[in-house]
Each structure stands twice: as structure tokens, then as C-alpha cells.
Design a protein around this ligand. Structure first.
Ligand code: GTP
Ligand code: MG
Length: 245
């Protein structure tokens, strides 16, 4: 259970420019809070690299350059005054690189399975991608996202139609569904903010659990301060971002 004060911070957290090695007290005393690994998987050409580049570099390239093996970007944030980074692993969708890419699935806090909203086959393949990624991780240890890409290529009606099956599959996968466009940037920042918020929340809870040796209690510790009423508390625990089902 996350104190409401932290959720407020998560809602307004901002992307900070990359900082040199941080020497603040929180960073030194809470190193496990500082970085989360995110893995992006899915068929070739669905737009994994484009999505990551839109978020991390705010660029879009309409020319296709296949990812060879794996690549990664680091995006730095500041949440509740604590420097925090997402290490986003971009994997190749081409079959011949699968072996190399799968070696990097381990230790993921979030798995993003991407498919192309204009190509239903790529949605069907997400099951297999997810299965492969989960195999390398502890059961129940990863947040799962199903992301439909290239939203800009569909009309609103066509997008809604394509999403019916995707939302159904997301439920089956216990994933959160989002639709995005790397070209226009629609939902990209909101989506990764959601990934970061959930990953950070999990890191905080795990830290509290390890420190107390028991289930963390709301208001425990000196990092987070309670504010707001209990009803606000309930509501703010599960915010749903735009584009999220
Ligand atoms: N219109 C449109 N095109 C996109 C979008 N995202 C990606 N593309 C295009 O789709 C093609 C494939 O994009 P990539 O990001 O390279 O695909 P990938 O999933 O990384 O492919 P692999 O590295 O081979 O696995 C490129 O030509 C991109 O420009 C989008 O949101 N809208
Ligand atoms: Mg790529």
C-alpha cells in the first residue's frame, strides 16, 4: 500500500536532464530505488525502437533500421525528490536475433509487449513474446504491458475495432493495455510515466519490506509522508492514465 503523498509526487514527477553521478543522501542510502529494468519485446517492424526513441530522445525516423540483437537507453527522472532511472532494453524482433535478445530478459521489472495496430498477426505473436520474457523472470515479479503502436495510421473507428481484441488479450495476459504513436508522440510520455510510477512504487515497497522484515505499513519510514483523507488515499492508489483500459 503506497502512501498518498508518494502518489501525488508520482503524478507530477518530471523528466530531469541527465545528472552526473548523484551524491544525495537518498541515492546513497537507497541504491535499490535508483534503477528499474524495462524490456521491450515484439515482432520486427512493430515500432519498438521508434517508441523508445520518441520517449528518450523525442525524435521519430520514418526509415526502418532493424535492431541488431539488443540496445538500451536510460531515462532519468526525479520522483519524490529521489533520482530514479528507467533502463529500457530495446530487443530485435527478427527471429535470427532472438537468442541474443532473450539473454537480456532477466531481471526485468516491466515487460512491454508491442504490436502494430495495423497488423493483427503481430498481436497474435505477443503471447509468445511474453511467454519467452516471463520464462527468464521470477513469477509475479514483472509488470506487463501490451502496447499497440502506430495509432496515427488508423482512423478512430478502426483503432477502436483493433483494440477490442487487444484489450481482451491484455486481460488474459494480466497486462495493462495502451495504444501509442511514436510518430505523433500520442500517449508515449504518459505511458512511460505509468511504467516508471509502477516500477518505482514496487521498488519502494520492496525496500520497506526488506528494511522492516515484514509487510510495509502505510506511513512507515521517513521517506514518505502521509497527507489527504483515507478516501483520497483509496482513489489515488490506482490512477489510470490516458489510453489505458
Ligand atoms: N506511422 C508510423 N510509423 C511508425 C511508428 N512507429 C514506427 N513506425 C515505423 O515503423 C517502422 C519500424 O519501426 P522500428 O521502430 O524500427 O521497429 P522495431 O520494432 O524496432 O523493429 P526491429 O528492430 O526489427 O525489431 C519504421 O519505418 C518506423 O518509422 C508510428 O507510430 N507511426
Ligand atoms: Mg528496433
Amino acid at each position: 500500500m503506497l502512501p498518498v503523498g508518494l502518489w501525488h509526487e508520482l503524478q507530477k514527477f518530471r523528466v530531469s536532464p541527465p545528472a552526473p553521478e548523484c551524491r544525495c543522501v537518498e541515492c546513497k542510502t537507497l541504491p535499490e530505488l535508483s534503477l528499474s529494468k524495462v524490456v521491450v519485446v515484439g515482432d520486427l517492424y512493430v515500432g519498438k525502437t521508434s517508441l523508445i526513441h520518441r520517449f528518450c530522445k523525442n525524435v521519430f525516423d520514418c526509415n526502418y533500421k532493424a535492431t541488431i540483437g539488443v540496445d538500451f537507453e536510460i531515462e532519468r527522472f526525479e520522483i519524490a525528490g529521489i533520482p530514479y532511472s528507467l533502463q529500457i532494453w530495446d530487443t530485435a524482433g527478427q527471429e535470427k536475433f532472438k537468442c541474443i535478445a532473450s539473454a537480456y530478459y532477466r531481471g526485468a521489472q516491466a515487460i512491454i509487449t508491442a504490436f502494430d495496430l495495423t497488423d493483427v498477426q503481430t498481436l497474435e505473436h505477443t503471447r509468445q513474446w511474453l511467454e519467452d520474457a516471463l520464462r527468464e523472470n521470477e513469477p509475479g515479479s514483472c509488470f506487463i504491458f501490451l502496447v499497440g503502436t502506430k495509432k496515427d495510421l488508423l482512423s478512430r473507428a478502426a483503432c477502436e475495432q483493433a483494440e477490442v481484441e487487444a484489450v481482451h488479450l491484455a486481460k488474459e495476459m494480466q497486462a495493462e493495455y495502451w495504444s501509442v504513436s511514436a510518430k505523433t508522440g500520442e500517449n508515449v510520455k504518459a505511458f512511460f510515466s505509468r511504467v516508471a510510477a509502477l516500477a518505482f512504487e514496487q521498488s519502494v515497497l520492496q525496500h520497506l519490506e526488506r528494511r522492516s522484515g515484514s509487510q510495509p505499513q502505510v506511513g512507515d519510514g521517513d521517506l514518505i509522508h502521509m497527507e489527504g483523507s483515507p478516501s483520497e488515499n483509496q482513489e489515488s492508489k490506482r490512477p489510470s492514465g490516458p489510453g489505458c483500459c
